[in-house]
Design a protein around this ligand. Structure first.
Ligand code: NAP
Length: 257
């Protein structure tokens, strides 16, 4: 177990069943938080994370909460309220991690309106309304952490709408930090580079050449792992990060330096 620096805290981690979100859920639980993780459809993966956390002495529960449709944020929080009281009488939340996101590759000529709407609905609209609804539950001194991307700050024409979603998310972070500062609530983005998750499995895993290229993009000379990002999120979630707000914290291993 970790240092238990998040004891008595409740954290929501969207997309906590796989990849970066799973690592965040496990790390926050190791730090003592009750973790409510959400997933879209892969119930087996979500159950596995909850069991893993339990075996490691932590506390977690999983909620099925597909994001990207109108009303999804409200449904998520209704389910959250119903389930969390079993574990934390009084309910409420201290840490909101907007991690769930989708990557869609399309350059401008290939981009469709449907594809554009889909990626914005999951990566931008969902975090906006999760926070809007969540503010009714978020305690003073709380934390909002948005999982952005290094792609927000560089040209990647082959995923032109994806980059725009993450830029939008970073601007949301700024506005949250300004408006919620008086309540002692911080809001920050974390921007990963290339991380070894299912999103990149198709082109990265088992392809030594692709892996070597991806590793060469980072100053630290390797492909990032989910826990490389989760540890940064854990810092931002902790009391140690109380004076950091409105920022995009780079977790790309020094990509594009
Ligand atoms: P991942 O391995 O594909 O995992 C995605 C998670 O989000 C899963 O738990 C999934 O649930 C959930 N999810 C996906 N679509 C959803 C939807 N429509 N509604 C609700 N939940 C949904 O992704 P990842 O690579 O860890 O990425 C996590 C975040 O990091 C994303 O915001 C991504 O943009 C960002 N990021 C990733 C990288 C990278 O290289 N991997 C780089 C920069 C930024 P199910 O298991 O049920 O599908």
């Amino acid at each position: 177990m970790g240092t238990q620096r998040l004891q008595d805290k409740t954290a929501l981690v969207t997309g906590g069943s796989r990849g970066i979100g799973r690592a965040i859920a496990e790390r926050l639980a190791a730090d003592g938080a009750l973790v409510v993780l959400t997933y879209a459809s892969d119930e087996t993966a979500a159950r596995e994370v909850v069991e893993r956390i339990g075996k490691d002495g932590g506390r977690a529960l999983a909620l099925r909460a597909g994001l990207g449709r109108h009303g999804d944020a409200a449904h998520l929080w209704e389910a959250f309220d119903a389930r969390v009281v079993e574990h934390a009488p009084g309910g409420g939340v201290d840490i909101i991690v907007n991690n769930a996101g989708i990557a869609r590759s399309a350059d401008l000529p290939a981009l469709t309106e449907e594809g554009f709407d889909e990626v914005f609905a999951v990566n931008v609209r969902a975090p906006f309304f999760i926070v809007q609804e969540g503010l009714k539950r978020l305690r003073d001194g709380g934390r909002i952490i948005n999982v952005s991307s290094g792609a927000a700050h560089l040209a990647m024409p082959e995923a032109i709408a994806y980059g725009a979603t993450k830029s939008a998310l970073d601007n949301f972070t700024l506005n949250l930090a300004k408006s919620l500062g008086p309540r002692g609530i911080t809001a920050n983005s974390v921007a990963p580079g290339i991380i070894d998750t299912d999103v990149n499995a198709g082109w990265l895993r088992g392809n030594a050449q692709a892996e070597a290229h991806a590793a060469s993009l980072a100053a630290l000379g390797r492909v990032g792992q989910p826990h490389d990002v989760a540890d940064v999120v854990a810092f931002l979630a902790s009391h140690d990060a109380r004076w950091v707000t409105g920022r995009v914290i780079d977790a790309t291993g020094g990509s594009g330096l």
